[in-house]
Design a binder for this molecule. Structure first.
Ligand code: ATP
Length: 306
């Protein structure tokens, strides 16, 4: 197993008397796209500011390719590329001129590397146009290209989908995945909207009130044996609801003449057997996959995160 790209070890942050981050630990692997999700005010930006060294930790540590951000900041910082606030670009210069300008300030960055990062974010066509004419999505690509110039091991993007239209969000999806693979760079993307970033992530970490409440493997949820949303049309529904609880410890909601609950669909034949044995009539069973969004709402206990 290769060295983790980033490790958060019981990270805490107090501001005044308030504990904003309450001991967060997780590991991000090289080359993976990690979504950092949570409602507004959950603590995403605070955690990210600590990851990139813009804010001190109150306790715990962050290691980037094994280098402690506390005791070995210079080495750790070399491994990070980030867009936390809007990157400064000169609007009267072309995208390429901007990149060359930054490249000159970083030791060891060649012209070849500048061309490489342009192609990684798919900006070849407009790269000689003035940045002032760029769309928000294009400016963001340029910012990411700039953040990649020094070949970091970790790329951190705070709310990169904010302000983008659906086409811009689709574009991000395509190039983030491919650059993570081509560069073997770990990408951390924060968002308060799961639907916007779910498709480009390998794993999602969910943060609420300064605590990490779950880490979810996105590919797992696409696997066969997973939690499904099950709707059973039964009569009498109330009696069926009690039976599922007493015989199978399943909590279900009664809606009209139907029961609604989440479980593995492999359990369905057993449930039908129990119901029929107790003189319940089963008219119909329908199964839909519980999306990560459903689980996210379950976890954060809200129906909306806007
Ligand atoms: N300088 C500060 N002083 C006091 N409280 C702060 C400070 N900075 C952040 N907070 C509080 O810490 C909590 C976490 O804020 P943070 O900005 O990290 O959340 P977030 O998940 O990034 O939210 P958003 O999606 O709205 O950016 C919030 O309750 C916020 O009010």
């Amino acid at each position: 197993m290769s060295e983790p790209a980033m490790q958060l070890l019981d990270v805490k942050k107090n501001i005044g008397s308030k504990q904003i981050i309450k001991g967060i630990s997780f590991t991000i692997n090289q080359g993976e796209v990690f979504g950092f999700i949570g409602p507004n005010g959950a603590g995403k930006t605070t955690t990210i500011r600590m990851m990139v060294g813009l804010m001190n930790l109150s306790d715990g540590d962050i290691r980037i390719m094994g280098n402690s951000i506390k005791s070995d900041y210079k080495q750790a910082a070399r491994e990070i590329g980030a867009i936390v606030e809007n990157p400064e670009m000169y609007p009267f210069m072309s995208g390429k001129q901007n990149l060359l300008h930054y490249a000159r300030m970083i030791p060891g960055v060649t012209k070849e590397r500048v061309h490489e990062v342009i192609s990684l974010v798919g900006l070849e066509k407009p790269i000689n146009d003035k940045v002032g004419k760029y769309s928000l999505g294009m400016r963001q690509r340029l910012g990411i290209a700039q953040a990649l110039l020094h070949k970091p091991s970790v790329l951190i993007l705070d709310e990169p989908t904010n302000g983008l239209d659906p086409a811009g969000i689709r574009e991000i999806r395509t190039y983030i995945r491919s650059l993570a693979e081509k560069e073997n760079v770990a990408v951390i993307i924060s968002s308060h909207l799961l639907s916007e970033i779910e498709q480009m992530c390998d794993r999602i970490g969910i943060i609420k009130n300064g605590e990490l409440i779950a880490i979810q493997d996105v590919h797992d949820t696409q696997a066969e044996k997973q939690i499904s949303q099950i709707l059973m049309e039964v009569t009498p529904a109330e009696k069926a609801c009690e039976l599922l609880k007493s015989q199978h410890d399943i909590e279900s909601a009664v809606k009209g003449g139907a029961l609604l609950f989440q479980n593995e669909k492999e359990l369905i034949p057993q449930l039908i057997k129990t119901l029929v044995e107790h003189d319940i009539s089963v008219f119909q069973v329908s199964v839909t996959k519980a999306s990560l969004e459903d689980k996210f709402f379950d976890l954060i206990g809200e129906n909306t995160i806007e």
